[in-house]
Design a protein around this ligand. Sequence first.
Ligand SMILES: [Zn+2]
Length: 145
Amino acid sequence: MADNEPLPYLSISDRVKDTVRRSMCAWHYADFQYFHETIGEFGNRMNEEWIGRHAHLLVFFPIPPHKVGKNNWNQFKSWLEYGLGSKVKDLCLPWVYYGISTINGCDDCKEASIYVPDPHAADVIEISSDVSENTMETTVETSED
Ligand SMILES: [Zn+2]
């Protein structure tokens, strides 16, 4: 296999699943029953969609080695709430709450959600940069009406 071989093709639901699995501890991933129950339906709905929406999802659920951090969950939540992701909002809002609660409540999940860049790598990734000790009290339950 060549080193520069492109990533294997994954369906959008497999991609999301893979990223979520890498971004929390094994126990909380296994315990994320609602996610396992709804990921298939999520894939069905997204596959009826304009393919451009899939590109949005890769921002929230990035390819390896990047992770779904708290910032990703919050951005995904906005995407669900402000229309573009309205089609899957009912399925996916509970994912957001679960994802953020594991990061807040479980040290292993918190660690798993943070992508630590290789210090020798040149590129700096902004996506997970919100995860610092003093922003942990951020609330996610507020909603504007
Ligand atoms: Zn955990």
